[in-house]
Design a binder for this molecule. Sequence first.
Ligand SMILES: [Zn+2]
Length: 95
Amino acid sequence: MVYIKSDRVEEQIKQVITKLRLTILQKALFSRCVECNQILENISKQKVEGKVPPYAFKTVEQFKKCPDCKKIYWVGTHWNNVKKFAVRVGVLSRS
Ligand SMILES: [Zn+2]
């Protein structure tokens, strides 16, 4: 059991990783659906037309889809913000 000491999410994540001695697999980050934890699958650009915002469809080439809840993911602003957060809490190396 881990008693969370901080009110700040970043500190909480750092504490859990340290206390439980978790090993973070870099290649596993961003590989699962945030809604249902299924492993994301590649999906062709043609199949996401009309299902993602027009700007994303126009500017992004690679998309992933959750086989369970059908949520579609792509590397965009939100993804990049999540990556920056992961670097800040120490679960992703800067690259
Ligand atoms: Zn899902």
